[in-house]
Write a protein that binds this ligand. Structure first.
Ligand code: DX5
Ligand code: ZN
Length: 226
């Protein structure tokens, strides 16, 4: 048995003024997780949402809130996000070279699932110690665009990292994020990604449910090949 496909619409592409109904809409369309892009205007130039928004959304849904922290000081966010009801807490290795052990411990102690993200320019070796640690991360997010904005073009060159990770860690959750949709999913799925973030391709589709099921089918089919 391999890892399970998780399709995670990125709420960055939703109508923020109607976040709860957008979340329900995506779950009804078959989403497994809701991907929440947290940007601090410093690690990336864009500014999105913080723990109060997670807390508000949590009152409307029990869904898995897959929080992707594009922030300079992730440690400062662990407690507020844990209390707000975040499910997954994925920090960037670029910000956390010196304190990732402490981060992972704190994330777990607040009942969240720890993940680590890498930007397109960061080499995959950077995450090995975190996956192999005594208290390891439970997911690696390989960014397939430069973090900061939705609607960018998928970078195929990032697939080498996914392939290497899948070969090395057959049971690891590997997430891809940025530019995923019907025309790029097969590349990511065949490389070994099982957690698929998709913003504009899902929210922009006339029938988002069809895109969600296409993404899932691609992952399931690819899993038979590795
Ligand atoms: C980019 C974010 C992504 C983004 C993906 O920094 O991390 O989650 O919303 O959006 P699309 O699927 O439109 O590239
Ligand atoms: Zn993201």
């Amino acid at each position: 048995m391999g890892v399970t496909p998780k399709i995670a619409p990125s709420m960055l592409s939703s109508d923020f003024a109607n976040l709860a109904s957008e979340a329900h809409r995506m779950l009804n369309y078959g989403a497994d997780w809701l991907h929440m892009d947290i940007m601090d205007g410093h690690f990336v130039s864009n500014l999105t949402m913080g723990a109060p928004v997670i807390e508000s959304l949590r009152k409307h849904t029990k869904a898995y809130l897959d929080c992707h922290l594009m922030v300079t000081n992730p440690l400062d966010y662990v407690e507020p996000f844990g209390k707000a009801g975040a499910s997954g807490f994925t920090f960037h290795i670029e910000t956390s070279k010196d304190n990732w052990k402490e981060l992972i411990e704190n994330i777990k102690s607040l009942g969240m699932r720890p993940g680590v993200a890498i930007k397109p320019g960061t080499s995959v070796e950077a995450v090995y110690p975190l996956v192999e640690a005594e208290t390891p991360v439970e997911m690696v997010l390989v960014m397939t665009v430069e973090p900061g904005f939705g609607g960018q073009k998928f970078m195929p060159e990032t697939m080498d990292k996914v392939r290497i990770l899948r070969k090395k860690y057959p049971a690891l959750d590997i997430e891809v994020d940025g530019g995923l949709g019907p025309s790029t999913i097969d590349m990511a799925a065949l490389a070994g990604a099982n957690c698929i973030v998709a913003g504009s391709s899902v929210f922009g589709a006339p029938e988002p449910a069809q895109v969600i099921s296409l993404l899932r089918n691609s992952v399931e089919k690819a899993q038979l090949t590795y």
